[in-house]
Design a binder for this molecule. Structure first.
Ligand code: NAD
Length: 296
């Protein structure tokens, strides 16, 4: 069993840290939110008063933070993870961030004698709670091999995507599919409503037909068919609109710099920006169905 520092205990990080405790690891946690820390301590974690304390004397440091700027700010500086981790510590970043930021983070770690993988996640808060996340991992073979047993405490699919940054590249592509498919599924439910079709009937049939996808069967945007989906709790996240918007922007930046053509991704980014600018950035991303229904 390993000693693990865990930084970032939000919608995803909170349940992930609790699963590492359940798997028998010694976990010490840090977050800016006292409530988030209190919940993790209730789940059996220890408290680190600072980032430096979370990073010192451990075998692994896991971060699950909003964006690249947060990860680099937590990693860098005299009080940061890299300056305070002992040589050989492996840094596992499960935030969704820019490919370049992930590569920079791993270069900084390697220069300090640490291991590092980018290990973004898929599966939503339900997957985080159940320990069934998919991890897409970028890093060396050796660092992947070190991180794998820790990731197995939080997920059921641990896949090596390639060198540093490759995990983030896969994640950006995956979430572009998710953003586009959530809008498509939402449009279908709103069309069905206007055609006088029962939402449950559309769900029952489409989930067994070619419209089947995760946005429909695991995260249905209308209340009823999938009891665990945020639609059944007034669209509290879950995965916030502003997080989805961040990921769609990352996909568009990557498309622009690589020359890829992604018109549906661009449209999804515009629609999520519109919904966020109407004051809905903190809602779950499946709430976009309400905009399509004509609600503000
Ligand atoms: P969240 O906003 O719920 O949690 C982020 C946590 O980080 C908060 O508790 C915040 O207090 C903490 N934090 C921010 N800056 C910090 C700092 N400097 N030091 C310590 N703690 C700090 O976000 P989330 O939904 O858990 O998402 C986290 C990451 O996982 C994001 O990159 C997101 O894109 C990705 N992700 C989320 C989901 C999802 O369904 N929510 C799914 C896959 C991937």
């Amino acid at each position: 069993m390993a000693n693990i520092g865990f930084i970032g205990l939000g919608n995803m990080g909170g349940p992930m840290a609790a699963n590492l405790v359940k798997a028998g690891h010694a976990v010490k946690v840090f977050d800016l939110s006292a409530d988030a820390v209190a919940k993790a301590i209730e789940a059996g974690a220890g408290k680190a008063a600072t980032i430096a304390e979370a990073a010192s004397g451990v075998d692994f440091v896991v971060t699950v933070l909003p964006a690249g700027k947060h990860v680099l700010s937590v990693y860098e500086g005299a009080d940061g993870v890299i300056a305070n981790a002992k040589p050989g510590t492996v840094l596992i970043d499960s935030s969704t961030i820019e490919v370049d930021a992930a590569r920079k983070a791993s270069e900084l770690a390697r220069a300090a004698g640490l291991g590092a993988v980018d290990a973004p996640i898929s599966g939503g808060t339900a997957g985080a709670a159940a320990g069934t996340l998919t991890f897409m991992v970028g890093g060396s073979d050796a660092d992947f091999a070190s991180a794998k047993p820790i990731l197995e405490g939080m997920g059921s699919n641990i896949i090596h995507a390639g060198d540093s940054g490759a995990g983030q590249a896969v994640k950006i592509c995956n979430n572009m599919v998710l953003g586009v498919s959530m809008i498509a599924v939402s449009e279908a439910f709103m069309l069905a409503k206007r055609l006088g079709l029962d939402a449950q009937k559309l769900f029952d049939i489409s989930s067994k037909a070619s419209g089947q996808c995760w946005s429909l069967t695991s995260y249905c945007p209308v209340p009823g068919p999938v009891p665990t989906s945020p639609a059944n709790r007034d669209y509290q996240p879950g995965f916030a609109v502003d997080m989805m918007l961040k990921d769609l922007k990352l996909a568009q930046q990557a498309a622009a710099s690589s020359g890829a053509t992604t018109p549906m991704g661009a449209l999804a980014e515009s629609l999520y920006a519109l919904y966020s600018n109407s004051g809905n950035g903190g809602m779950d991303f499946s709430a976009i169905v309400k905009m399509l229904d004509g609600e503000k």
